[in-house]
Design a protein around this ligand. Structure first.
Ligand code: GAP
Length: 489
């Protein structure tokens, strides 16, 4: 690779608390993410993906989809409807138990999750070295879940510990109440109880109720998986942190049906595969990924781990891997009256399969990739913002930049753009100095800038500038397509 000797990249460190602000501003300015219905002052925790954001999100989803359905011959796809018969949510346990304990502050009129207030309090006691106090509160907290009136027990713990809201310092608490996270709407002309339908709070149930449809039509034999990407909706009490916690979001879920007794092995295999995927497919830094084992399990799980990512605002969940036992199929069998058993054709054994679920949120993954990629550095003495995105994830794969629009360079760059556009999302830009154009592309994570210069006209070559190092190499125009293809496998 040739390089102008003067090109030097110096990295700069950034305090994490400043990064979120910069990410939100870059996302808006360059068309990754906009606040929803912004001209009407927006809507809390709702966002729109702009031209670059929608491309990048598609890339993330495609990488996930391919890693499931292309890489595994025993995993097939599904696209189930968002609204389902409400009995589905009675059977799944969501109507009765998809609740969060909420508490209001009378003075500030703010609403909080009671469990989060207590968990943060325990964490603070630990940080302050008050280990015994932390253990005492932890055990009272655990006992509260099993108490006759868990809401009252949580409330009493908050009052006894004099827990205050971290953001306001106030603690003028109401009683704790359970709050169901499902969005309800009415289907049809009547607005009574009989017309209630829910917006799905997880995509998984669409998979469970289609277990036999998929198995029979695709001739699947246990063990097999069903993968799905789709919107889910939760009336979250605590919103915020940009696209981290939204009320409308997208999940990428896969349910893997196995013979009872083999779930532990499948669980470990999926745990290992999913963790590595973040590094190999999305290019996320390994050291920012963490495991978390759940002590407090969801109503359907007997074992659960989260993959967490070090966001600028803290280490938070991006994917859950759950051993869901036969809970869901059993519930649907009972509520629908339909037999959900699997019959092994070889052994004639009948059983309800156990399920290992991998459940990731594409919006959270987007934010993790975005935050991990954000850099501020100095190139040749000039400050720049750069998104160090994996080429497969980057929205624009290459920019075509004529050194000057005149003299045939503009035409040659346009012709190359048209040729490459058949296979890749590329962008032509002839506005401003070449340095400014490089910076514009660095800021949106374009991995390669292809410059058409005087030499290009004589020799049919172009320079390819690599975003991360700012180094350049000269290659033949006839090789550009193959060059890009090799970077995107
Ligand atoms: N089917 C299992 C399930 O839904 P979950 O842990 O509640 O499990 C799985 O959700 C993933 O969905 C999370 O790891 C997260 O990435 C994403 N997710 C959940 N709630 C979200 C929200 N309010 N906003 C954005 N993503 C969310």
């Amino acid at each position: 690779m040739s390089n102008s000797d003067t090109t030097r990249v110096q990295s700069q460190s950034l305090p994490p608390e400043k990064v979120m602000h910069k990410l939100v501003s870059l996302a808006k300015r360059r068309g990754f993410i906009f606040p929803s219905s912004e001209i009407y002052e927006g809507l809390s925790s709702c966002f729109d993906y702009g031209p670059l954001g929608s491309e990048m999100k598609r890339n993330i989803k495609e990488l996930w989809w391919n890693s499931m359905t292309r890489r595994h011959s025993n995993i097939v796809g599904l696209d189930a409807s968002i609204m389902m018969n409400p009995r589905v949510w009675e059977a799944s346990g969501h109507v009765a138990s998809f609740n969060d304990p909420m508490i209001d502050d009378r003075t500030t009129k703010r609403r909080y999750r009671a469990d989060h207030l207590i968990e943060n309090h325990i964490e603070k006691l630990r940080r302050d070295g008050k280990v015994e106090d932390a253990l005492r509160v932890q055990s009272t907290y655990e006992a509260a879940a099993a108490a006759e009136d868990p809401n009252r027990a949580l409330y009493e713990l908050i009052i006894a510990e004099k827990i205050k809201a971290a953001d306001t310092g106030s603690g003028d608490w109401t009683e704790v109440r359970q709050f169901n996270l499902m969005f309800q709407c009415n289907m049809g002309a009547l607005a009574d109880k009989s017309s209630i339908v829910y917006l799905r709070p997880e995509t998984a149930q669409g998979i469970f109720v289609n277990f036999h449809n998929v198995r029979e039509s695709a001739r699947m034999k246990v063990p097999f998986g069903i993968a799905q990407i789709g919107k889910a909706f939760r009336n979250e009490i605590v919103k915020g942190n940009f696209i981290f916690r939204m009320v409308e979001f997208e999940q990428m879920e896969m349910q893997y049906f196995v013979k009872p007794g083999t779930q532990a092995e499948a669980f470990e295999a999926w745990r290992a595969e999913r963790f590595e995927w973040y590094i190999t497919a999305l290019g996320i830094s390994r050291e920012k990924l963490h495991w978390y084992k759940h002590d407090k399990l969801a109503h359907y799980a007997d074992l659960a781990y989260d993959i967490k990512f070090e966001f600028p605002f803290g280490i938070e969940e991006i994917e859950g891997i759950h051993s869901r036992t036969d809970f869901d199929l059993k519930q649907h069998q009972e509520y629908s009256g339909k037999n959900m058993e699997y019959i092994d054709q070889l052994t004639n054994e009948r059983y309800l399969p156990y399920v290992v679920e991998t459940s990731a949120g594409s919006d959270r993954l987007f934010l993790a990739v975005f935050a991990d990629a954000y850099r501020e550095d100095i190139v040749d003495g000039e400050e720049r913002v750069m998104l160090k995105l994996a080429p497969k994830v980057a929205p624009i794969k290459a920019a075509l930049l004529p050194l000057m629009k005149k003299g045939g360079m503009g035409e040659k760059a346009t012709a190359l753009r048209d040729e490459l556009a058949e296979n890749f999302l590329v962008q032509y830009d002839d506005a401003g100095s070449i340095g400014k154009r490089y910076r514009r592309q660095d800021e949106i994570g374009t991995p390669f800038c292809i410059t058409v210069d005087h030499q290009s006209l004589e020799e049919n070559t172009v320079t390819v500038r690599h975003r991360d190092t700012a180094q350049q190499e000269r290659i033949e125009i006839s090789r550009v397509r193959e060059f890009l293809a090799a970077k995107l496998v």
